[in-house]
Each structure stands twice: as C-alpha cells, then as structure tokens.
Design a protein around this ligand. Structure first.
Ligand code: RB5
Length: 150
C-alpha cells in the first residue's frame, strides 16, 4: 500500500507522526508537503496535490491534516473522484471506509491527540469497503459529481 500525505502548517506535526507510524508498519509514504510547521501556508494547495495523486493512482490512498481537518478536506473533495472523510473517532474511521469507500482521510491536529489520531489511521487503513448496497450509494455520489461538473 502506498499512501500520499499532505498538510498545512496547522497539521504538520501530526502528519510527521502519521508518517512515522505508517513507515513502522512498512507502508510506503509519499509526502506532498508542507515541509515545516513554522511558515503559514494555504491548505487548499496540499489538499489538491494529494487528491490529484489519488485520482491519478500515483498513490492508493491519501491522508491529509490541517488544524481542524476541515479546510484541507473541503479542498480535496473538489477533485472529481475524491471521497475525503474528516474523522475524529475510530467508529467513523471504520465506517468511512466500510460504507463510504473514502479514498482520503482528513485529521485535525488541533482537535485530536496523537494517540487517538494514530488509532484512527490504523482503523481506517485496516478496514475494507463492504460494497453491496453501499456501492449503489457511492455511485450515486459520483453521479451528483458528474451532473454538476457539466
Ligand atoms: C490554519 O490556521 C487553519 O485555518 C487550518 O489549518 C485549518 O484548520 C483550516 O480548516
């Protein structure tokens, strides 16, 4: 599994912890920046970069972080084909994969402690999409996207 990661300054430290954790599990990480937590940068830039890497299949999944996880997820979700879930608990992490087939996960460094954040990442990467009736609903999301991009 290959995971693309991105963040703004507000999510920088959490991104580093996630990369350390994923690499300890022998999961390949591609870091799209930002590369320090000091300089204020714009989260849409990094949300879009990771989202592009997911839709082009350069990576299998994306994980992004900002202060809340909200702004960077909103940006990622503007890229057609992206389903980026902002998650703050383990149950939602599992459901975002099992039912919604989320291909990106977004976390807030100013919301979550490191321990919970890594539990969420672990639950997310270890959960499979259940397909079946959920496929129909996920396809309906894609149809909305197509309808509005004409
Ligand atoms: C940056 O201060 C902050 O607004 C950003 O990290 C994020 O929380 C936006 O949603």
């Amino acid at each position: 599994m290959r995971i693309g990661l991105g963040c703004d300054h507000g999510g920088y430290n959490l991104k580093l912890e996630i990369i350390k954790y994923l690499e300890s599990m022998n999961i390949e990480c591609v870091d799209f920046g930002t590369n320090n937590g000091e300089e204020s940068v714009d989260y849409p830039v990094y949300g879009e970069m990771v989202a592009n890497a997911v839709v082009s299949k350069e990576v299998d999944y994306g994980i992004v972080c900002c202060g809340t996880g909200i702004g960077i997820s909103l940006a990622a979700n503007k890229v057609p084909g992206i389903r980026c879930a902002v998650v703050s608990d383990v149950f939602s992490a599992k459901m975002s994969k099992a039912h919604n087939n989320a291909n990106m996960l977004s976390l807030g460094e100013r919301v979550l402690g490191k321990g919970l954040a890594l539990e969420i990442v672990s639950a997310w990467i270890n959960t499979e999409f259940e397909g079946d009736r959920h496929s129909r609903r996920v396809n309906m999301i894609s149809e909305i996207e197509k309808k509005h991009s004409k």
